[in-house]
Each structure stands twice: as structure tokens, then as C-alpha cells.
Design a protein around this ligand. Structure first.
Ligand code: MLT
Length: 316
């Protein structure tokens, strides 16, 4: 019996790819390649990461598709309704990079709180003394309130880290979180979260209702010195509103790992602002998380083998 054809459109860890390759005819082919359409027409499985848009138009070109594997967490690049309408299962790796992203958010928070400079030359005593004064942080993290927007897998980890550092941690979530899963954080309304947070870290998912959640009215509730961290998705923020807020409040900071679109162009409203710090979507970029995400191939194979996947994507 011939093996099912599975297309891989983005990078996968070699061991996971080899594992799937033993069971399927796995072909790596980017969507932009001329042979993609011909391969898709025959493919029963598709494995993607962050930048392949699986929408009705793509699905129309894959009449034999049975499963889409999203190596990662966010499902904003997959049209779940269109997949369901065609009977295509979607599987993902919901917890594969939680620790990596939480660690990255923590790194951004510590960076913002503790300005520092690494020396590449000897300094005289005067300059040494000047730097020691200039790099003095006004407050320690343990004197600050951490606001966590969305106490899911990643948000809960960041909350636990904040509590561990000694921060006062508050969160807002549309779900009722059982007390034993709150990691020592207190539940507050959205308005109170914004009003109290010295550091506000965003961990909501990119469902449509969260699009531009951080907008002008939201920012108006925040402190003029807030440190806003986004490792979730760029679409959660209204770029123009945030750029205006940062201009009006030079002591506020935005630490943004995710953007809309990615990569952003030279006209990105947050580019060039001294208090906006932008990184190229690297929160999940640890070897462990990359490998964990790639093991979505297990569920891809389960579906192709007629079994129930472990992590089917839930439609919102
Ligand atoms: C995710 O949604 O899992 C991440 O954004 C994936 C990635 O960094 O590629």
C-alpha cells in the first residue's frame, strides 16, 4: 500500500520529520514554490508553522487533505471553520512552548526594570561613577505590580514567576480560574488590571474577539509609566493607538515580540520610538520548544492512521 503524501511547508525538527517520514511520504515544499499546487492536490496531510495561511482558498486546492498539523500554539493562521467544513482535522501542540515564552516574557520584564550596559572598554573613575548613577533602577520588581492579561498556560507561568520574584500579581481572564490554579495571583476586572499594573503582560489567544483589545480606551486606563509586554500576537494591539500612547507617555515602555503583520514594514507605527522595543517573534525560539512543536507530527500520523488525535484544535 502506498504511503499518504504529507506536505511540510515550514521548518520542522529533523527527528520529528524523520519519524513522520518513516510513516508517510513527507515532502518539504514552501507554498511559494511552483510545484506546491500539484503536490497539494495529492496531499492527505499538511504540516505548517506560523506563516502558512491555511484558508478556504488553500483548502480548495487540497481535495484529499485529511489533516492539518500546526507545529505550535497559535491557530490564527488556520481557518478552523473552513477546515471543519471540509472535514479536515486540525491538530496542534498547545503546551509545546509555554515555558519558553514565559521565560522570554520574564527576560523582557527584567530588562525593562534593570537597565544595564555591558562594558567593552576600560573606563576612568569619573565615567564609571556616572554610569553607576545613570543605570540606577527607580524601583525593584518586588515593589511593582504585575498584571497578567489571560491566565492560560503561558500567563499562569509568568504569574508564578512574578510571585516568585516577590511582585504583587493580579490577572484578568474571561474564564473563572479555580483558586488552586491562580498561582498566587488575584483576579481583578480589566479596568483594575490596567489601573494597577506597573508591568502588564499580554497572554490572551488571537481569537477574533481579542483583535485590537489593547486599544485607545484600554491604554487610557493604564499608568503613564506602564511596561507593556506582548508575546501573544500582534493583532491584539492597535499599533497606532499604542504609538500615540508611547509618544504622550515617554516613561511608558512597550516590549513587543509579535507584530501585525510579520515581518513589519518600514511604515510600522512603532518603529523608531525610543520606548518601543521590538523583537522578531522569538519568544518560542528555544531548541526544546522548537522540538516540542515539531512533534505535532504524532497527531498528524494518528489522524492519517484512523486514530483520534491527542490535541485536536478546538473551534472558538
Ligand atoms: C506559536 O504560536 O506557537 C508560536 O508563535 C510559534 C512560533 O514561534 O513559531
Amino acid at each position: 500500500m502506498s504511503k499518504p503524501l504529507v506536505l511540510q511547508t515550514e521548518e520542522l525538527d529533523a527527528s520529528a520529520a524523520a519519524w513522520l517520514g518513516e510513516r508517510c511520504d513527507l515532502v518539504a515544499c514552501r507554498v511559494e514554490e511552483p510545484r506546491f499546487a500539484e503536490l497539494l492536490a495529492r496531499a492527505e496531510g499538511l504540516v505548517v508553522r506560523t506563516y502558512t495561511r491555511v484558508d478556504a482558498a488553500l483548502l480548495a486546492g487540497g481535495p484529499r487533505l485529511r489533516v492539518v498539523g500546526r507545529a505550535g500554539v497559535g491557530l490564527d493562521n488556520i481557518d478552523l471553520a473552513a477546515c471543519a467544513a471540509r472535514g479536515v482535522r486540525v491538530v496542534s501542540t498547545p503546551d509545546a512552548n509555554s515555558q519558553a515564552v514565559a521565560e522570554f516574557a520574564l527576560a523582557l520584564i527584567v530588562d525593562a526594570a534593570r537597565p544595564r550596559l555591558m562594558l567593552d572598554r576600560a573606563l576612568d573613575a569619573k565615567e564609571w561613577g556616572r554610569l553607576r548613577k545613570e543605570l540606577r533602577a527607580p524601583r525593584q520588581l518586588s515593589e511593582m505590580t504585575l498584571g497578567v492579561l489571560g491566565l492560560g498556560r503561558i500567563g499562569a507561568r509568568v504569574a508564578r514567576m512574578g510571585v516568585g520574584i516577590g511582585m504583587d500579581v493580579v490577572y484578568h481572564d474571561i474564564r473563572e480560574i479555580p483558586v488552586d490554579q491562580r498561582m498566587g495571583a488575584s483576579s481583578v476586572s480589566l479596568a483594575e488590571l490596567c489601573a494597577r499594573a506597573d508591568v502588564l503582560t499580554v497572554h490572551v489567544d488571537p481569537r477574533e474577539a481579542n483583535r485590537r483589545l489593547v486599544n485607545t480606551p484600554f491604554l487610557a486606563m493604564c499608568k503613564p509609566t506602564v511596561v507593556l509586554v506582548n508575546t501573544s500576537r500582534g493583532l491584539i494591539l492597535d499599533d497606532l493607538a499604542l504609538a500615540g500612547f508611547l509618544r504622550r507617555n515617554p516613561k511608558a515602555q512597550a516590549l513587543l515580540d509579535v507584530h501585525d503583520p510579520e515581518p513589519f514594514g518600514p511604515d510600522y507605527p512603532l518603529l523608531g520610538l525610543p520606548n518601543a522595543h521590538l523583537s522578531p517573534h522569538i519568544a518560542a525560539a528555544t531548541a526544546t520548544a522548537q522540538e516540542n512543536m515539531s512533534w505535532v507530527v504524532r497527531d498528524v500520523w494518528r489522524v492519517l492512521d484512523g486514530k483520534e488525535p491527542e490535541f485536536p484544535a478546538a473551534q472558538r
